[in-house]
Structure formats: C-alpha cells, structure tokens
Ligand binder design. Sequence first.
Ligand SMILES: [Fe+2]
Length: 194
Amino acid sequence: MLSPYSTSNNGSSFAMMSCVRLVFDIATLWKFGSINKEKILNRAIFLETIAAIPGMVAAIIQHFRSLRNMTRDRGMLNMFLEEANNERMHLLTFICMKEPGTVFRAAVIGAKFGFGRFFLAAYINPAWCHRFVGYVEEEACHTYTRILREMEDAPRGSELARWKDKDAPKIARGYWAMGEDGTVYDEMKAVRAD
Ligand SMILES: [Fe+2]
C-alpha cells in the first residue's frame, strides 16, 4: 500500500527523524553486535506500535475538521485510517512470534504517550508532519531491507537462516494472501512493500 505521506525535502522534519532514529537505534541495540531474531522482533514490534500512530491522529483531526467546517475530506480520512490499520496489522503479525515482557510493554506505553502527544501537537502543521512521517517510512524501509539482507546472508543452519524459512504466522499468510507456503522471509518482504 502506498503511503499517504509526502516525502518532499524539509530540513527540520529530516533532522527530527534523524534524532528519533538515533534514539531508536540505541534503545533497540541495533548498532551494537550482530543482528539476531530477538533484535529483529524487538525492533519490528516497537517500530510498528509507533508507525500506527500518525495515521490515526491524522484521521481523527480530519474527521473533526470535516465536522467543524462542514466540508468533505476529499478521501483523506479513509486513506489515513487504512494506513493506521495497515501498520497495526504489521504489529499483529509480529506479535505472533514474540510475547513482549513487562519492561518492553512499559517502554511501548511510554513511547506511545510521548510520540502520540508530540504528533498531535505537531499536527498544527500537517505538511511538516507528513514530511516527517515520509522520512520515518523511508527509514523503516531501510530497516526491513537490512533484515532481509541479514536473513539472506545468514550461514546455513544458523538461527536466522532457520527462522527465515519458517512458516509465517497464519494471520500474516491471510493478510497478504501468501498461501500456505508463506515464510517469515516472505512476510518481511510484504511488510517492506507496504
Ligand atoms: Fe509497518
């Protein structure tokens, strides 16, 4: 699914995304040591809990703007809702492969609270927010490309190589119509394509 967010250049939104990325890399230990299944799932689950926020915030604001101004939304509202739901589905497919612990859940709640508030306040400038999310989505694309490359390059018999060929969760096979043979690798490719 195409992102509804613009990716045109904007210095401050790019700088903001770079800060978020730095914090995220440190928090998920992405830059330290080798990439393994645990790190991938931690990063993907955390990423998707955040990625599902902007679409819903934008949809709610569009909804109230439409009511307040008594004007049509030009299809924006449904597009944002679809985007939010798509990101939530990514989360639901990953959550089948890992049960987050208490600390992880607390971190997610904290991040949702912080980022949700920030994004809601920042939406006073929708164009800035759309550019910011566009940059975040580009970074997510880089992350999934790295994951796919790590899976492809994993030595035969290693944890990552074995996981790559495992069946994708049923919810993922259904959501992306992968058929019965859909693997975790196929799932990662489908998430990146979204
Ligand atoms: Fe996603």
